[in-house]
Write a protein that binds this ligand. Structure first.
Ligand SMILES: Nc1ncnc2c1ncn2[C@@H]1O[C@H](COP(=O)(O)OP(=O)(O)OP(=O)(O)O)[C@@H](O)[C@H]1O
Ligand SMILES: [Mg+2]
Length: 286
């Protein structure tokens, strides 16, 4: 199958501060020759230690960060050729959900407007059609029409993330970049949101680039996993295979360090993984 998203030899560099004004400018390669694809309807998990370049990859795919070299194509759009403004058609097709739902929702807008705004900007729906669609979207994420007039602060973190997801889904995107979408949430809520994302994917066929550092969550949701280390992709493959038998020494080290970083925390993390796995099986609120 033709990939939906194709990233080839992507390089993104950031200028380092000059110690003296007359010193030559040097650059830090945050993303250094990364290549991967995402198929339609697929979930690719992107993991790696802090600062390895995951968010930069996501922002480049969204057209928010300029690439220094390489190509990013999504369908027939060549992201690396975009100017300063991301074309409207592309913004419709590729959406994003970030870690902090409260920070990404305008606190002065009620849910009806938060979820309905993209519809108002990008479609010719009448007010009534828009409201119907907003209710449909709210129901898709486990909320309802009675939430329409409420402000973000009326909701819990998990509910706020549901609103952010409904907003991202409004224009029926083909791809959603999820950058640590559950990291700020309570463990029990994490599994609800992850289940919701899976549910939505089954119903809509949307593809996900799921950026996170929690392997238990990434493994659960991903078809394939890519491991980043210092701006490079050191491993990519089937989710179980990457977690159980990583081939690359960096990936082995990284996965071992994520799972067993400190001996004291290990038992706690094991318990947490068991708890997480159990709540995946019995998630109450969908
Ligand atoms: N706007 C920027 N200007 C300068 N350097 C940046 C900028 N954005 C990111 N970087 C640097 O690029 C590198 C990769 O950052 P990035 O945010 O992509 O990492 P990450 O894998 O998402 O990390 P985390 O897990 O902490 O979110 C880091 O060294 C970071 O300091
Ligand atoms: Mg990040």
């Amino acid at each position: 199958m033709r990939p939906l998203l194709e990233v080839r030899d992507l390089v993104v560099r950031f200028p380092l501060p000059r110690r003296r004004p007359w010193h030559r400018r040097t650059f830090h390669p945050a993303v250094d020759g990364v290549s991967f694809t995402v198929a339609p309807g697929e979930t690719l998990g992107l993991v790696g230690e802090s600062g390895s370049g995951k968010t930069t990859v996501g922002r480049t795919v969204l057209g928010l960060q300029r690439a220094d070299s390489g190509t990013v194509t999504c369908g027939d759009a060549d992201v690396t050729r975009f100017g300063r403004v991301v074309p409207t058609a592309y913004r419709r097709r590729v959406q994003a959900v970030f870690q902090d739902p409260y920070g990404s929702l305008n606190p002065t807008m009620v849910v009806a407007d938060l979820v309905g705004e993209p519809l108002g900007l990008h479609t010719g729906l009448t007010c009534r059609e828009r409201e119907e669609r907003v209710v449909e979207l709210l129901e898709l994420v486990g909320l309802s029409a009675r939430h329409l007039g409420r402000y973000p602060y009326h909701f819990s973190g998990g509910q706020q993330q549901r609103i952010a997801i409904a907003r991202a889904l409004a224009l029926e995107p083909e791809l959603i970049i999820l950058d640590e979408p559950v990291s700020a949430l309570d463990v029990s809520i994490q599994s609800q949101v992850v289940n919701l994302l899976e549910d939505v994917q089954e119903r809509t066929g949307v593809a996900y680039l799921f950026i996170a550092h929690d392997l238990a969550v990434v493994r659960h949701i991903s078809d394939r996993i890519a491991v980043m280390h210092r701006g490079r992709l050191v491993e990519i493959g089937d989710a179980d295979q990457v977690c159980d038998a990583p081939a690359h020494p960096y990936a082995q080290l990284l996965l071992a360090s994520v799972l067993d970083a400190d001996l004291d925390g290990r038992e706690a993390r094991r318990a947490r993984r068991r708890e997480l796995a159990a709540s995946f099986r019995t998630a109450p609120d969908r």
